[in-house]
Design a protein around this ligand. Structure first.
Ligand code: DC
Length: 225
């Protein structure tokens, strides 16, 4: 990899962003930034501290906390004030609150600062809802990754079954649809396609096809730089 690049991938829950972002980061030796993990970590600790429904307390907490994210051996590790919360952030409880916490502009401002700092050092693959529109508006390559609601619910359902979580397809679908509504409808940094983003619909594409598309796009980009 010759020049430091920023690759930003946005899309709804279950569109396969983290899978493809990790593959790509490993392939091109880049740092992977899972921005959703940061919103999840804040949400988890705010829930545990009993302040998640009090916006001002959440803002105060985020402003006075250290949030760190590390990508090691295929795993995103998240720390809040030095405490590792990696194993706690993907529960159904966190899922039910994280979109609300993410609508708070002051929370976003704090997390975006950290994300931009990470993007200054080396080549990064960032993924989330606003990485191509707000966090890195000048990203070298922007991707809007999508998939049908049924496909996304199917994927989530498989993950839940593998980790022993009991739920129904309808519940999973409803939860995803609800998060789509909040994430795309909020006033601050809503999920939307950047004007200059490539759209990838992962409903009918394999990971291999997606990865090939991305690697070719990067190659083309480097030719023109
Ligand atoms: O990608 P994920 O499912 O882990 O994200 C969890 C939540 O975090 C998602 O519902 C919305 C929020 N989020 C956000 O608002 N902005 C980001 N850049 C990433 C995630």
């Amino acid at each position: 990899m010759s020049k430091k690049l920023i690759i930003a991938i946005d899309g709804p829950s279950g569109s396969g962003k983290s899978t493809i972002a990790k593959f790509l980061a490993d392939q091109i030796n880049a740092t992977y930034i899972d921005t959703g993990a940061m919103y999840r970590a804040i949400t988890y600790v705010a829930m545990r501290n009993g302040i998640v429904d009090d916006k001002d307390k959440v803002i105060d907490f985020v402003r006075n906390s250290t949030i760190e994210i590390k990508y090691e051996n295929g795993l995103t590790r998240v720390f809040v004030n030095g405490e590792e919360v990696t194993d706690k952030i993907r529960s159904a409880e966190v899922n039910s609150k994280v979109s609300d916490v993410s609508t708070i502009p002051e929370v976003r401002a704090e997390l975006v600062k950290i994300q931009r700092e990470l993007g200054k050092k080396e080549t990064v693959v960032a993924e989330g809802r606003d990485t191509s529109t707000v966090v890195f508006p000048n990203a070298d390559i922007k991707i809007f990754l999508t998939a049908s609601l049924d496909t996304r619910a199917d994927r989530r359902m498989k993950e839940y079954l593998e980790s022993g979580v009991e739920t129904t397809f309808e519940e999973v679908k409803e939860s995803l649809a609800n998060r789509d509504r909040i994430d795309s409808g909020r006033k601050v940094s809503p999920l939307k396609k950047a004007d200059d983003a490539f759209v990838i619909d992962s409903t009918s594409m394999t990971i291999k096809d997606e990865l090939n598309f991305l690697l070719n796009t990067i190659k083309e980009k480097q030719k023109t730089n």
